[in-house]
Design a protein around this ligand. Structure first.
Ligand code: ADP
Ligand code: ADP
Length: 224
């Protein structure tokens, strides 16, 4: 499975050209999108996630035309935005169960098993009864991943995930992403070079809305 982005451009109403003729092919595995603040990373991530429209260009996921088949794209996509809210007064288990209902998992036995497996995978099973308001930043991030993994997505998008995490949490989060990246497309958007060189099989560097280069991390970063 590949995500193929062709000639993607976006100018906001204020005149900022956030994406300039972006072309990228993203294979299965961990893909790093590296760039400074304001480079256009979130604009690109939101466009892939069908949360905003581009002015021109196309995105395909395998046979799927993302702009024409938005509902289908949303079914196979997990998106973890940079800032995501949690409901502080419910537990991880309750909220994940609720999202599982929204994802269409109506059979309660199946839902229970799915939720338990995701809580185990994200290392939150022990604290599943705790209210999310009491979670650390790293725990919230992992909860976000559990939520994004509901419904067996083919692609996961993670926007600036390790900001504010301590080194132990960052490691734990990286291990989790690596495991997920063995089977599906994981796009990691970040301004931290080490996050990309530690984790990603392939990468692109973006600045001022333009893809400057793509390749394997060490090679690409050495060429900078
Ligand atoms: P990054 O995620 O790399 O920080 P963004 O995609 O958020 O970059 O932003 C790219 C540029 O587009 C920035 O100059 C930003 O201020 C601008 N921008 C982002 N979103 C909007 C918006 N909704 N309206 C106007 N300008 C925006
Ligand atoms: P990032 O940190 O990823 O660059 P931002 O903090 O720039 O994201 O954007 C947060 C929200 O504000 C987004 O919904 C974005 O569309 C909006 N936004 C960003 N820059 C501008 C801008 N210059 N004018 C209007 N909205 C903006």
């Amino acid at each position: 499975m590949e995500l193929v982005i062709q000639n993607l451009s976006k100018t906001y109403p204020n005149g900022v050209q956030a994406l300039k003729n972006v072309n990228l092919t993203i294979p299965t595995g961990m893909f790093g999108l590296l760039g400074p603040n304001g480079a256009g990373k979130s604009s690109l991530m939101r466009t892939i996630a069908t949360l905003q429209e581009a002015d021109s260009g196309s995105i395909r996921l395998g046979d799927l035309d993302v702009f024409k088949e938005k509902d289908e794209m949303r079914r196979v996509l997990g998106y973890l935005p940079q800032e995501f809210g949690v409901y502080p007064k419910v537990s991880a288990e309750e909220l994940l169960d609720h999202f599982a209902v929204l994802k269409g998992i109506h059979n309660s036995k199946e839902r229970k098993e799915t939720v338990a497996a995701l809580l185990q995978q994200t290392n939150l099973y022990e604290v599943r009864k705790k209210n999310l308001g009491g979670y650390s930043g790293g725990m919230k991030q992992r909860f976000g991943i559990a939520q994004a993994l509901l419904g067996n997505p083919k692609i996961i998008i993670v926007d600036e995930p390790t900001a504010g995490l301590d080194p132990a949490e960052r490691n734990r989060f990286h291990n989790l992403l690596s495991e997920i990246g063995e089977n599906i497309i994981v796009i990691l958007s970040t301004h931290i070079v080490d996050d990309v060189s530690d984790l990603c099989r392939n990468m692109a560097i973006i600045n001022k809305g333009e893809v400057l280069l793509t390749g394997e991390p060490l090679q690409a970063i050495d060429e900078m």
